[in-house]
Every structure is written in structure tokens, then in C-alpha cells.
Design a protein around this ligand. Structure first.
Ligand SMILES: *Cc1c(COP(=O)(O)O)cnc(C)c1O
Length: 365
């Protein structure tokens, strides 16, 4: 830090991205990416002609992608906002709706950026602890008189709220924006999309990073009433009107239009999730019923951190948590079948359990 930094920023704790070590090749199950590549249609969209047009600025209104998203989700383009990753969309929402006066309410255990943005944008924060069973205490999110931000399904617990609970939160905060972060909704849980017509305070945020395999493209979007989309656009155009680059916009249109590919990736990830959940439970892990593309799991007889370290030594990366309430757990991204086989094999070795015969045979053949 230099001596010039504003005092209020010296105490800010920035978001910590999952580690990306370069010392060896790891099986990377720590940042909830999709194990499958983007749709083949994305490859076609990123053609030499698209690259040759990079001398021009991208469309600041992002019209083609907003139209494609509007078609896909049955809304009008005026109900769609596009940003540089959903992190940017979340940032614009915090800038638009939370400050020292009107703060923000979010679960104490949730996506780490809510806390970071609250600090960065000087918003008074009400961080509500989870119930003992890791679910969100719905009653403590009603009548807040300030913005509410929730991830549904929640991270890192993987648990989703039923739609009637979400609707109660939206209805009982009619004079504040309720932001529902649906980063994982394609993998499970019920989307708030059907509520959009009835509630002008509902702001749904989604990402291309998980289900659409475009984490490296940096693309996110919001679905909301016209007024909210106008607010986000106002903030965006006061900060970075060309926030999404032309190649990513083209990739986004191609990805949205390939519904079949999205479905096949999501089905494969969900099937793998259920299989890995059963296998980990059989080894004595406590595993939540995740509605996402990751598993939230506590190993038997060791802390989350000890298990994380043992796995890392063996070339598998997962994410662990330092806070007391989560120290028993790790978050494991659902990877490709061979990656999950490797996770299980290393886990058996760490726990001192015999390898399954089938796998020993496979390995020796
Ligand atoms: C991954 C994630 C995001 C960020 O997604 P980007 O679009 O890559 O910025 C936002 N919210 C939650 C809950 C996430 O897990």
C-alpha cells in the first residue's frame, strides 16, 4: 500500500479469487467453472471477420445480445442489462442502490463479493447469520427498508430456497430492490423469472461463467423491470459504457442461442454431482443437497483445511474456508468424470481406505 491510499480503503478486504497455481498441473475443482468447453457455436462466432472488426468500439447498448437474451427468457430487451461478468452487474447494483444511508442486507455466509462491495461503496451492511442447518432464515430478510441481496441457490452451501419464500422476501420489501443472484440456477432450484412481471423491485442477476462455460469471456446479465435496467445502464454509462468487448458479445449471442448445448452440459454436470455426492457420503462425508455445480462437503475426522492440504499435495485443488462456522467444509466443483474419479481416488488414499477394485483394474489395464 502507498501512503496515498484513502484511509477507508486501507481496511478493505478485497475479494479473494480461487488460487490458480502454476507450479504443477492440478485437477482444478476450486472455482466452479464448467468442465466442458463453450458451445461449438461460440467458436464459429469468434471468426477472423469478428477479429478484423476489433478496430471499432463494441455496441455500448449491447443490442444483439440483449435481444437474444430477451428471446431466450421471454422478456423485452428493455428488461435486460448486460455486464462484464455478473460481478460487474452486482457492482453496478450496489452503486445504484446502497450507501451510508440505505444499506444492504445479505446472508453472512454467501458470495464473498456482497461484503466487499458493501465496504467499497460504503453501504451499511446487515449480514444475517444462517440457520444451524445452513439454510437462509427467511424471516430475517423481510421489511428491511434497504436493498436485499441473496444468492439462490446460495454459495457455498449449495442450498436453494423455495419460490414462495423468495416471493415473500420480494413482496415484503416492496420499496427496496431485492437482488437475487441466480449464478447457479441452471443446475437446480427455482428461478424468480416468473415473478418478474409482478414485482418491479426484483433484480435477477445471472452469469455465463458457470452453466455456459464462458468464465474466461467475462459476461453476466440482469433481468428486471425497465426502471431497474435504466438505473443500471445509467451507472454503467457513467463508469464504463463499453464494458463488454465485441468478441465476448458475439460469443454471448452464440452461447444463448445454443439451448441444446446448455442443456446437455447441465445434465452431465448434475448427473455427476449426484454420483459424487453418493460416493462421498459412502466414505463418511457430510454433503449438503446441492442445487449447483459444486458440492459442499465435510470430510470425516479431519478439518476442511487439512483435507484441502492433503488433496493439494496430491494434485487436486478444492476450496476451503477459514471462518469457524465453515471450517469443517470444503467446496468441490463438479468436474469432468475423470477429474471426479481422481478426486475420489485421492480421497480414499487420504482417508486410508482401500481403492475400489474396478478402479485398480482400470488403472493397471
Ligand atoms: C461465480 C459467481 C458469480 C460471478 O460470476 P462472474 O459472472 O464470473 O463474475 C456471482 N455470484 C455468484 C453467487 C457466483 O458463484
Amino acid at each position: 500500500m502507498s501512503r496515498f491510499l484513502l484511509p477507508r480503503l486501507t481496511s478493505l478486504a478485497p475479494y479473494e479469487p480461487g488460487e490458480q497455481p502454476l507450479d504443477r498441473r492440478y485437477v482444478k475443482l476450486n472455482t466452479n467453472e464448467n468442465p466442458f468447453p463453450p458451445s461449438p457455436k461460440v467458436l464459429e462466432a469468434l471468426c477472423p471477420e469478428a477479429i478484423l472488426r476489433l478496430n471499432r468500439y463494441p455496441d455500448p447498448a449491447k443490442r444483439a445480445l440483449r435481444a437474444a437474451l430477451a428471446r431466450a427468457y421471454g422478456v423485452e430487451p428493455e428488461n435486460v442489462f448486460v455486464g462484464n461478468g455478473s460481478d460487474e452487474v452486482l457492482g453496478f447494483a450496489f452503486m445504484a442502490y446502497a450507501d451510508e444511508g440505505r444499506g444492504v442486507t445479505y446472508p453472512a455466509v454467501s458470495y464473498g463479493f456482497y461484503k466487499v462491495y458493501a465496504q467499497l461503496f460504503r453501504a451499511r451492511a446487515n449480514a444475517v447469520p444462517l440457520n444451524a442447518d445452513l439454510t437462509i432464515p427467511v424471516g430475517r430478510f423481510l421489511r428491511q427498508g434497504q436493498m436485499v441481496a441473496l444468492a439462490n441457490p446460495n454459495a457455498p452451501t449449495g442450498l436453494a430456497l423455495p419460490l414462495d419464500a423468495l416471493e415473500a422476501i420480494i413482496r415484503e420489501n416492496a420499496d427496496s430492490v431485492v437482488l437475487i443472484d441466480e449464478a447457479y440456477i441452471d443446475f437446480g432450484g427455482e428461478s424468480c423469472l416468473p415473478l418478474l412481471r409482478r414485482y418491479d423491485n426484483l433484480l435477477i442477476v445471472r452469469t455465463f461463467s458457470k452453466s455456459r462455460s464462458l468464465a474466461g469471456g467475462r459476461l453476466g446479465f440482469a433481468l428486471a423491470s425497465r426502471g431497474i435496467i435504466e438505473d443500471l445502464t445509467r451507472v454503467c454509462n457513467s463508469f464504463h459504457p463499453y464494458s463488454v468487448n465485441a468478441l465476448t458479445l458475439a460469443a454471448g449471442v452464440a452461447a444463448v442461442e445454443d439451448e441444446a448445448y446448455l442443456r446437455s452440459c447441465v445434465e452431465a454436470v448434475c448427473a455427476q454431482r449426484e454420483q459424487s455426492k453418493r460416493e462421498l457420503r459412502a466414505l463418511g462425508f457430510a454433503v449438503t443437497d446441492s442445487a449447483t455445480n459444486f458440492l459442499f462437503a465435510a470430510p470425516p475426522r479431519m478439518s476442511g483445511e487439512a483435507y484441502y492440504r492433503a488433496l493439494k499435495e496430491r494434485g487436486v485443488l478444492v476450496r476451503h474456508f477459514r471462518s469457524d462456522e465453515l471450517s469443517a467444509y470444503v467446496r468441490i466443483t463438479v468436474g469432468a468424470p475423470e477429474e471426479m474419479r481422481r478426486l475420489l481416488q485421492e480421497t480414499r488414499a487420504i482417508l486410508g481406505q482401500p481403492q475400489e477394485e474396478l478402479q485398480t483394474k482400470e488403472a493397471s489395464s
